[in-house]
Design a protein around this ligand. Structure first.
Ligand code: PMP
Length: 453
């Protein structure tokens, strides 16, 4: 009864992110009620393994009491402090300092946002300001990578290179450009790692030559492309592109909104790639999804150029909720938990997850298995030889999602037939084995479904 009335209220009033409004009205919302560890429970009492950590964000898992306590303490003591007028709060200052200590290289300055999209938007503004301050405002062209996702804000969605985020919105803008992705499973140059790196380097050089190096402001890349289908570049890819940017005095932005905070193993994925970017964006795992927060990390060089350029004038960029004290208190406690044991647990669980997914490679539907740590995907095809995707008209994403749900598993099922996995780092061996078992069950059922095949 309660659930029915909620479904009606949802249908009438709640606009859902990235959803097909009319189909959602027909199917109705699934209401989540509670969660613990790596499981979520819906309004009907059904408990499921959350193989996607919410939206690749609840890295520490649900029900971490010490996070609840940190938030409650801060809410009682000081629920809000603006960063305007030279004001601040202790948790925000301590979190910025700790993050600067943990971040690679000279990423010593942190600007807090509410999430990933406004972190990306903030980088665009900081970068424009940086070149303005340097006296080279003509460097105003931005390059990103096909299949990349950099948020859904007005400017950031144009750096995103997934057509569903563009149609009808008038983006990308004419200052936003793309190079092809490294997508190893479907790369025209084949799957040889060096050939893929060489092709990306050549594409970036060609794009820079086309635009003119004197006009290119920045290049954006994810260490692993997440929303584009969990596309893992070959080792050395990020470093090779970084070198091209350095050569041409182009700022290198690494978008770690998904990959940071243990998702791929270390605290920041670019550490593994041995790259220190000029700017780095994070969100999600920063507060493990318990409260909203994102962070832009800024190098000494970029920060000092902006600061010197501004002189006594304000840098005109700021949000009411920048450096929110409750989010910052949560962020500090999250860092403690990562360092205490959860990064380590995530690394072990990630090994088990990847091994288990690789053992699915012989399933008739599985064309590719890829991932790093607790970020993985399998790509389903109807013909392994030809790599034929599942027929989009059969709506495979929705159908596989629903089948997995019936089997007690939450995963990301892209309509391209890619299944994404990003379980909480707190997963036990049993949780991982449960995810794998329910995945195999879902694949077997999909194999029987003539419409999807
Ligand atoms: N960048 C990347 C790499 C992301 O994966 C996301 C979100 N999935 C964003 C930016 C945008 O973050 P948010 O949804 O918090 O605005």
């Amino acid at each position: 009864m309660l659930a029915n009335s909620l479904i009606e209220l949802d249908r009438a009033h709640l606009v859902h992110p990235f959803s097909c409004y009319r189909s959602h009205e027909e199917t109705g919302v699934r209401v989540l009620k509670s969660a613990k560890g790596a499981t979520v429970t819906d309004a009907s009492g059904k408990t499921l393994l959350d193989g996607f950590a919410g939206l690749w964000c609840v890295n520490l898992g649900y029900g971490q009491e010490s996070i609840v306590e940190a938030a409650a303490k801060q809410l009682r003591e000081l629920p809000y402090a603006t960063g305007y007028f030279g004001l601040g709060s202790e948790p925000a200052i301590r979190l910025a300092a700790r993050l600067a200590e943990l971040a690679p290289g000279d990423l010593n300055h942190v600007y807090f946002t509410l999430g990933g999209s406004d972190a990306i938007d903030s980088t665009i503004r900081f970068i424009r300001y940086f070149y303005h301050a340097k006296g080279t405002p003509q460097k105003d062209q931005f390059i990103s990578v096909e299949h990349g996702y950099h948020g859904s804000s007005t400017a950031g969605s144009g750096l995103t290179a997934i057509p569903a985020f563009h149609a009808g919105f008038g983006v990308p803008y004419d200052w936003q450009h793309k190079i092809p992705s490294h997508y190893a499973y479907r790369n025209p140059v084949g799957s040889d790692p060096q050939a893929i790196i060489d092709a990306s380097v050549a594409a970036l050089r060609a794009k820079i030559a086309e635009l003119g190096a004197g006009r290119v402001a920045a290049f954006y890349a994810e260490p692993i492309q997440g929303s584009g289908g969990v596309l893992v570049p070959p080792t050395g890819w990020l470093k090779a592109l970084h070198a091209v940017c350095k050569e041409h005095d182009i700022l290198f932005v690494v978008d770690e909104v998904i990959t940071a905070f243990g998702r791929t193993g270390p605290l920041f994925a670019c550490e593994e790639d041995d790259v220190v970017p000029d700017l780095m964006t994070t969100a999600k795992g920063l507060t493990s999804g318990y409260v909203p927060m994102g962070a832009v990390f800024i190098s000494d060089r970029v920060y000092n150029t902006i600061a010197d350029g501004a002189g006594k004038a304000p840098v005109g960029h700021g949000y009411t909720y920048s450096a929110h004290p409750v989010s910052a208190a949560v962020g500090l406690e999250c860092l403690r938990l990562y360092e205490d044991s959860l990064l380590e647990n995530g690394r072990k669980a990630g090994k088990r997850l990847m091994e288990g997914l690789r053992s699915l490679a012989d399933h008739p539907l599985v064309g590719d298995v890829r991932g790093r740590g607790m970020l993985a995907a399998i790509e389903l095809v109807t013909d392994k030889e030809r790599k034929t995707p599942l027929p989009a008209a059969a709506d495979p994403g929705r159908r596989i999602f629903e089948r997995a749900w019936a089997n007690g598993l939450v995963i990301r099922a892209f309509n391209s037939g890619i299944l994404g996995f990003a379980p909480p780092l707190c997963c036990t061996e049993d949780d991982i084995d449960g995810i794998l078992e329910r995945t195999r069950m879902t694949l077997d059922q999909t194999l029987e479904d003539n419409d999807v095949r």
